[in-house]
Design a protein around this ligand. Structure first.
Ligand code: NDP
Length: 288
């Protein structure tokens, strides 16, 4: 079974649009996401355009602030402070990567935690590591890990006691996904570039989450019959030049109970989670 991210995203956006209309009736405005884009990185420009499109579908207000590549770190910090203080802005996303002369750490920590829609500030990262069960109502969990969890939940995948292997341990995907899975009582093994005999470990997985950034890395030798494979990777296929995931989908599809396609799987829902997180920020700002 191949997860249908397009239809799932359409349903999520429809539900969010309904909610936006309700919030406008109750509070006089819809949730507002502000995206800060510094420079003209091709991938970032495309992603921000997609944010605008999806925000519109979700009935959200989306304001993109474009700053030139040569903006100073202080100018970017100041722009974020203005957004922090703007009561009509609920969520702030600073698009990464930033130009090399700007320190990402300083920028990230400038975002007001209550408007941090991608859960990147230290305050929100520590909340994630402290919480023992997945409660998305108190702070924003990073969008991609939340998308992975949403896909598993929507697909009815039981996690309690299951053997889950996560390939990758980055702070934006592998580690937060692992924590969210642990909170669902899965037994989680995290693999990385030093892992010995990774294929043998992966083959034990009931659920395999691939987030390493290597085109078609996960082949039939790494997948148990009947496993669920969640492919987070976004890569370029060296042969076709097209977008592909970390899994060799064609080669493993017949072994999988469920597989998420690239494109059209995790990435499709990640952007919906950004809209959901913005709506959640709006509600927390109004209800406390
Ligand atoms: P990083 O490069 O930050 O992390 C990659 C991880 O994979 C590291 O932990 C690294 O190990 C591990 N790794 C790399 N090579 C191997 C290998 N040969 N064997 C085992 N482990 C390996 O990547 P990200 O986490 O940022 O992203 C991962 C993928 O997910 C990328 O393709 C990215 O484009 C995609 N992505 C998709 C998103 C979406 O919404 N769909 C959002 C964010 C990312 P070590 O720690 O030892 O170096």
């Amino acid at each position: 079974m191949v997860f249908d991210g397009k239809s799932s995203a359409a349903q999520l956006l429809q539900a969010l649009e309904k909610e936006s209309l309700r919030l406008r009736e109750e509070y006089g405005r819809v949730p507002c996401l502000s995206v800060l884009l510094v420079g003209e990185d091709y991938g970032s420009t495309r992603y921000v355009a997609s944010c605008e499109k999806n925000a519109q579908r979700a009935g959200l207000d989306c304001r993109v602030i474009r700053m030139p590549e040569q903006s100073s770190e202080d100018e970017v910090v100041e722009a974020i402070r203005v957004l922090n203080d703007d009561a009509s802005v609920d969520g702030i996303l600073v698009q990464m990567p930033l130009p090399k002369h700007i320190r990402q750490e300083r920028i990230v920590q400038t975002i007001a935690p209550e408007k941090d829609v991608d859960g990147v500030t230290d305050v929100n990262v520590s909340q994630l590591w402290k919480q023992k069960r997945n409660d998305y109502s108190r702070f924003c969990v990073p969008c991609t890990p939340r998308s992975v969890m949403r896909i598993l939940q929507e697909s009815g995948i039981e996690l309690d006691g299951m053997n889950v292997v996560v390939l990758g341990r980055s702070n934006i995907v592998g580690m937060p996904v692992s924590k969210l899975l642990l909170n669902e009582n899965a037994t989680v093994t995290v693999c990385h570039s030093h892992t010995k005999d990774l294929a043998a470990i992966a083959r034990e997985a009931d659920v395999l989450v691939a987030a390493i950034g290597k085109a078609k890395f996960v082949g039939p030798d790494m997948v148990k019959q009947g496993a669920v494979v969640v492919d987070v990777g976004i890569n370029t296929d060296p042969v076709t030049g097209k977008m592909c995931g970390d899994a060799d989908t064609e080669a493993i599809a017949d072994r999988c109970r469920l597989i998420t396609p690239v494109p059209g799987g995790v990435g499709q829902l990640t952007i919906c989670m950004l809209m959901e997180n913005t709506t959640d920020c709006f509600k927390r700002l109004h209800h406390g």
